[in-house]
Write a protein that binds this ligand. Sequence first.
Ligand SMILES: *Cc1c(COP(=O)(O)O)cnc(C)c1O
Length: 425
Amino acid sequence: MSKDFQPTPEFALELDAQDKLASFREAFVVTDPDLIYLDGNSLGRLPKAAIARAKQIVEEEWGRDLIRSWNKGWWESPARVGEKIAKLVGAATGQVIVSDTTSINLFKLVMAALALHPEKKRIITDTMNFPSDLYILQGCVQLLGNRHEIIRIDSNDEGVTPDLAALEKAINEDTALVTLSHVLFKSGYLYDMKQITEMAHRKGALVIWDLSHSVGAVPIALDDCNADLAIGCTYKYLNGGPGAPAFLYVKKSMQEKLSSPIWGWWGQDQPFAFGLDYSPAPGATRFLIGSQPIIGSLTMEAALEPLLDAGMDSLRAKSILMTDYAAFLTENLLAPFGFSLGSPRDSARRGSHISIRHPEGYRINRALIEEMNVIPDFREPDNLRLGFAPLYLSFREVWEGFDRIRRVMEEKRYEKYPKQRLTVT
Ligand SMILES: *Cc1c(COP(=O)(O)O)cnc(C)c1O
């Protein structure tokens, strides 16, 4: 495919003219048309539908209806919004709920999964996983008396792709749990969910998938892959807004076997009986704890609309074209300045962002943000990470973003920035 691309602005406009999803951009707030926003994989743009809904939630449901709103859709929202996300992750009804944060949901599912096989000691993950996921695992192991061993599989090629042979070798009969990010947050590598899940199941291990960087970016088929458990966040490609609650998935056949490590009244069978002893609610609902962030949940529910309308298959097709184009531009515009692709070349093994590596990546990122009106982000040690949210990004913007990176390099604009890091990169 890449041999047909042209490194010209006219070619980007041709791609835009053929883009069937182009009109979805109208569904989003764009206050500065000159801004090249390549960070939708970290915080998605604001959907217009969310503004009207947020106003209604605050003014009418909270301001006017007050506590009556719990009976007008607030109480059921974790399950109702969960069903909408279920459509994006290939889950049949009754398996996805919205709650808490990704990290907390991981904690709940790790503890529940480990309790199911207390005799098994191994937990397998990889060194490219999102650090919070690794910290949660370490905390769980400590809480359980340091009886488990965490094995971190390394990469083949400086953090780009995992060593699958080592992963397969590490999973043995003593393995309680394998937990991985479906799409790696730095390189964008996309695990084959079916293959890895089968690999773990052959040895009797459970799998928890973190979908934070894949939900809304690639089609996901949890049921079809026979996945056990999954978690993910909603403020990246789902555009749910900062701090919007996360979701969790529990396979139907496992729900009654699992116990939440945190017993709260929202996970109680009959919360309004106010009984003195806990008994778990049926299904995935038992993983709720206490009062949920309703304003953020319902705003996020509205934010899902354009994504659900566009459909994951069309989004994936555009996303692949964009990341292929970006890989082409990396090689044709930026390689002469010392950039290399830090992501898989094969689009089938890639999510919707790519990393381009450069020893001066940090300072280049700062120059782009501060004087070029381009927003990527930087991930240590040398990754300039570029996210391509297919729902609202145009090919012209992709071209323009790369051309501005080229100008930063040509004019050596990054040289005036200190190498010392800012707090949020
Ligand atoms: C973004 C992200 C998270 C975020 O966790 P929070 O609890 O929402 O802060 C977790 N895991 C992965 C893989 C992520 O990409």
